[in-house]
Design a protein around this ligand. Structure first.
Ligand code: HEC
Ligand code: HEC
Length: 173
């Protein structure tokens, strides 16, 4: 029955792209990650960083790819999820946009002016407590201050845990 064969062939062609492209990232997240981590935008803002196009997590900094491979997600879907999370992650571009006119690039700025030790962030030469200084500098609000302190520490490559809410709380929402 050629007509049937033809329609089967057409059906295959229609289905093929679906198979090769895989599911979209939102669908993967909703079925595999949402139960534990909740909303992906909130999760990304809280725990993930886009540092020069690299996805880094708050706790898993260097070995995130390896961690993800062992973490509820099949290999062929990792890249899709990674791209989505990268797009939603905290980005150092915020410094470029809001502070760059006066302070230049983030990497240089941090190297030259910022000293991170434990949860203390200090002006390298000024000796200022940056947490106190930033509140009100350029009309920054407490949540912006927290963001920039975390960003400086991240760029300096120093551990820093300024999150009031530990990871497990986000997991149970
Ligand atoms: C059964 C619950 C559960 C599911 C499902 C789950 N996770 Fe997790 N996830 C956790 C726990 C618990 C941690 C923290 C444990 C750790 O750090 O080793 C974590 C940590 C993470 C981290 C690191 C966060 C950080 O700050 O370092 C990322 C990224 C992550 N998960 C992504 C995902 C993605 C993407 C999915 C879906 C494919 C997913 N998780 C599914 C429980 C889950
Ligand atoms: C209009 C210019 C301008 C902009 C925009 C600006 N700053 Fe500043 N910033 C300054 C000046 C000038 C100083 C030093 C003088 C002072 O102490 O007030 C300074 C000092 C600082 C210091 C202290 C450095 C030290 O050595 O103690 C930090 C940290 C800082 N700025 C962060 C930021 C962040 C984060 C942003 C973006 C949200 C930002 N600044 C935007 C002009 C600016």
């Amino acid at each position: 029955m050629p007509a049937l064969k033809l329609s089967i062939a057409i059906l295959f062609i229609l289905l093929m792209p679906l198979k090769t492209e895989g599911r979209n990232a939102e669908a993967i997240w909703d079925s595999r990650c949402e139960d534990c981590h909740g909303n992906n935008t909130k999760f990304a803002r809280k725990y993930l960083w886009n540092i020069g196009g690299e996805l880094q997590a708050q706790h898993h900094v260097d070995n995130l790819s390896l961690f993800m491979r062992q973490h509820y997600i099949p290999n062929h879907e990792i890249e899709t999820i990674r791209e989505m999370l990268l797009e939603k992650a905290n980005s150092s571009l915020q410094f470029k946009d809001e502070c760059g006119v006066c302070h230049g690039g983030i990497t240089e700025f941090v190297k030259k002016s910022i000293w991170v030790r434990g949860n203390e962030v200090t002006g390298r030469e000024s000796g200022k407590d940056v947490r106190k200084f930033l509140l009100g500098h350029q009309k920054l609000q407490p949540k912006d201050v927290s963001f920039f302190l975390r960003l400086f520490a991240r760029v300096a490559g120093k551990p820093f845990d300024d999150e009031e809410e530990p990871l497990l709380q986000a997991i149970t929402r």
